[in-house]
Write a protein that binds this ligand. Structure first.
Ligand code: 5RP
Length: 226
């Protein structure tokens, strides 16, 4: 069976030049990208690499990459990441993995932020499939939950629970995650401005006006969006 995420990752790897400083996000497409970089002769050992994801960092190290802490870098040539969905204007909804705060920092640092995935990720507009995720500091949990409900009227808004459902998911920074679904999805510009202004939210998972390009692969072949 054709793996479209692998195809898109192989296309994305062609953008990287020897000596570049790159960042990689989270998810299965990023694992394919690591494989594609390794398969490009003379490339991997010349790169400076950072990642927003613990599991991607582990995979990079297992493949022999030296992974730099992003706090010691102020810019990247490229940041590659998957997403849950991206719209016609290259706004992206992320955070299947709950690490959108670190992802957004690397995306903002990059001269080029490229979304990579299969063609199912593309949608003209966001719909009710994927939630907006907010990372909330513990002191603000109930206040933020209430503000989200009163201001945006989500169809569902939930504290993210661990797989065993006997506790909340705690992020790498000791915070909570709230997932909120909307129908219809609010205007991204409004959501970005208004949710970003609520005290106690460290970061939200709408990547508004940050991506420069998207590469997808699907039954119709490779597509590039910019
Ligand atoms: C993590 C994400 C991932 O990039 C997203 O879940 C896509 O993953 P995959 O490459 O497995 O489709 O947003 O926060």
């Amino acid at each position: 069976m054709t793996d479209f995420k692998q195809q898109a990752a192989q296309e994305a790897a062609k953008l990287i030049q020897p000596g570049d400083t790159i960042g990689l996000g989270a998810g299965s497409t990023m694992i394919h990208l690591i494989t594609a970089i390794k398969a490009t002769p003379g490339l991997a050992e010349t790169l400076t690499v950072a990642s927003s994801s613990f599991s991607t960092r582990l995979r990079l190290m297992a493949e022999g990459f030296t992974v730099k802490e992003s706090g010691w870098l102020s810019r990247l040539d490229w940041y590659f990441d998957g997403c849950d969905q991206f719209d016609h204007w290259l706004n992206a909804l992320k955070s299947g993995g709950g690490v959108h705060t670190a992802e957004k920092i690397l995306a903002a640092m990059a001269d080029n932020f490229v979304l990579v995935g299969d063609s199912s990720k593309q949608s003209v507009r966001f719909d009710s499939t994927y939630p907006l995720v907010v990372e909330v500091i513990p002191e603000a949990l109930s206040y933020v939950a209430d503000r989200l409900k009163r201001s945006f009227h989500p169809t569902r808004s939930e504290l993210r629970l661990s797989v065993r459902k006997d506790g909340a998911v705690i992020t790498e920074r000791g915070n909570f995650l709230i997932d909120s679904w909307f129908s219809p999805f609010p205007e991204p510009v409004d959501l970005n401005d208004q949710v970003g202004a609520i005290p106690g939210i460290l970061e939200h998972s709408l990547f508004f006006n940050l991506a420069h390009k998207a590469i997808t692969a699907g039954p119709d072949g490779i597509m590039e969006w910019s």
